[in-house]
Design a protein around this ligand. Structure first.
Ligand code: NOJ
Length: 570
């Protein structure tokens, strides 16, 4: 019986998509080489997606078993966080062998099968490439740290200390997460530099051998058919060649737009010219693989003028796109979002393609700042799939998974462990999460024990309200968030205007409650309206043929609370 209900809802959704909505040519205008410009991306945190062998953590086989969920959503590209050999102290972002698969996730055969299965569904696969640092258990670091004379002696960023006994760090540089980023190594009687955590030593890219070894890693996976890379903390690749001290700053906490913090300007350890140049060198390698063309998105932090230097403006000299994190600090209000979109449209006008970030494995769940309100979560998704740019969806956002409150003290996340002396009430007061476990809880598949994620003991707790937030339950509910995601993503897929059209703010229609913009492609033009308020709004002044609504409504004259709608203008 349940199965039939499920089939019927999915059937109805597809019928609606086929017949009720506006029919423009089905194929996107982007050429094959530009597939990434019009794609949609789903991020999988492999540890939390689906556990196929009952050990409590997700695995590659589990991903293969659940690929149809992503395909059914209408998503075209999958980015998977790292699953390579690793001591897992930072859950895979500390790699000890770039060409091997961590046994808890699977083996090479399963990895190749995963690539194949994704391609068989006409989707793309993007790996997570951590080029900046390795694990301190990587054979390269073991050799490099053995003494000062070995073949890999210069593969990491080693420096003598200052002071009488050389026990003071070489300069004042702070790690991204605070505290000196220099760590004493007893074997070499020297310091090594780590931009992030102490067990993640930075590779030394001024050594050509290192660069060439890491470019080979990229080639290795590209030749296995991987369609591109998400590049981890790519703005930390190079350091200042003469290791000058960073100037002082009044800033305490770094933000998305400025890595400055802990009372210093991160002038000489991030966003160096060498890193911008390296983006272009990497691009050349990636572009040497064609049919299909490949893609790169960079995780970089800094002001727009600086971070834009990582991007390609001529289609060949840098990364395809970079994450724009300002979304995370912008309150979900009509005026604020208008301002943010205006800024991004100005700074990342064609040929750039903006990539707004709504959540990921480091931040939060996107429904958290929306007071866990599903109506607003639908509006957010509506924005994400109608605005110009590449939409990235973190696993579970389609269900509205909520962030639990997990104490710092018992956190598995190494950042939680690092900050565990901060009293919990202070953390709660800030409303910020210092424990990344909170946004990494398991995917919710059904109403059975452990939400169908594992038959074993889940590595992180299952969301308390999993019984009504899981995939199976939401598939059966025609107005669920999940069915909304399916509807809006498929609508976007079928309407090239939303993928490739230009965007112009509809200034005359924007106000405190409403944000509106036009999308235009060739002869076609649509108006996208978003009601950020909980009130009905008279929309007689801007009525036209309604071709999509977050709600089920035919009332052209009233914009419902938190409604998003698309009107066909020509
Ligand atoms: C950024 C990644 O997103 C995060 O999860 C990781 O801990 C650090 N980089 C270090 O690789």
């Amino acid at each position: 019986m349940g199965f039939f209900v499920y089939c019927n809802v999915r059937f109805l959704v597809s019928m609606l998509l086929c017949f009720c909505w506006w029919n423009l040519p089905v194929f996107s205008q982007s050429s094959n080489a530009d597939w990434w410009k019009s794609t949609t991306v789903y991020q999988i945190y492999p540890r939390s997606f689906y556990d196929s062998d009952g050990d409590g953590t997700g695995d590659l086989n589990g991903i293969i078993q659940k690929l149809d969920h992503i395909k059914d959503l209408g998503i075209e590209t999958i980015w998977i966080s790292p699953f390579f050999l690793s001591p897992q102290r930072d859950f895979g972002y500390d790699i000890s062998d770039y060409r091997s698969i961590a046994p808890e996730y699977g083996d090479m055969e399963t990895c190749l099968k995963l690539i194949e299965e994704i391609h068989a569904r006409d989707m793309k696969i993007v790996f997570d490439l951590v080029m900046n640092h390795t694990s301190d258990e990587h054979a390269w670091f073991k050799e490099s740290s053995f003494n000062r004379e070995n073949e890999k002696a210069d593969w990491y960023v080693w420096k003598d200390g200052r002071g009488k006994n050389g026990q003071k760090p070489p300069n004042n540089w702070k790690a991204t997460i605070g505290g000196s980023g220099w760590h004493w190594h007893e074997g070499r009687k020297q310091f090594y530099w780590a931009s992030f955590l102490d067990f993640q030593p930075d590779l030394n890219y001024s050594n050509p051998e290192v660069k060439s070894a890491m470019l080979d890693v990229a080639r290795h996976w590209l030749s296995k058919g991987v369609d591109g890379f998400r590049l981890d903390i790519f703005n930390s690749i190079y350091e200042d060649a003469s290791f000058r001290n960073n100037p002082a700053s009044l800033r305490i906490v770094p933000s998305e737009e400025s890595p400055d913090g802990f009372f210093q300007q991160m002038k000489y350890n991030v966003n160096q010219e060498g890193s911008f140049r390296f983006a272009t060198e990497l691009r050349a390698v990636v572009d040497s693989f064609q049919n299909p063309a490949r893609f790169m998105v960079g995780e970089v932090f800094g002001d727009v003028e600086t971070t834009k230097k990582f991007c390609s403006y001529n289609g060949k000299d840098g990364l395809h796109t970079i994450f724009l994190f300002k979304t995370l600090s912008t309150p979900f209000k009509a005026k604020k979002w208008r301002k943010m979109v205006e800024e991004f449209e100005h700074n990342f006008a064609e040929p750039f393609v903006p990539t707004y970030v709504f959540s990921n494995h480091d931040r939060r769940r996107s429904i958290t700042p929306l007071d866990n309100d599903v109506r607003r979560a639908k509006l957010l998704a509506f924005f994400q799939f109608t605005v110009r740019g590449i939409p990235f969806t973190y696993y579970g956002e389609e269900l509205g998974i909520e962030k639990p409150l997990l104490p710092l003290k018992t956190g598995l996340d190494p950042l939680a462990q690092r900050y565990k002396s901060i009293p919990q009430f202070m953390v709660n007061l800030t409303g910020q999460s210092l424990n990344r476990d909170e946004c990494r809880t398991p995917m919710l598949w059904d109403s059975t024990q452990n939400a169908g994620f594992t038959s074993g003991k889940p590595w992180l707790p299952i969301s308390q309200n999993f019984r009504n937030k899981n995939v199976q339950t939401q598939e059966r509910d025609s107005v669920s968030l999940l069915n909304f995601y399916t509807r809006i993503i498929n609508f976007r897929n079928e309407n090239p205007i939303l993928q490739d059209g230009t965007l112009a703010i509809a200034k005359e229609l924007c106000n405190r409650k409403v944000f509106a913009f036009y999308r235009e492609l060739n002869e076609a033009k649509v108006l996208v309206l978003l009601n950020f308020s909980g009130q009905e709004i008279n929309s007689e002044g801007f009525s036209s043929e309604l071709i999509f609504s977050t709600h089920s409504t035919n009332n052209i004259n009233t914009l419902l609370p938190f409604e998003g709608r698309i009107l066909k203008l020509q």
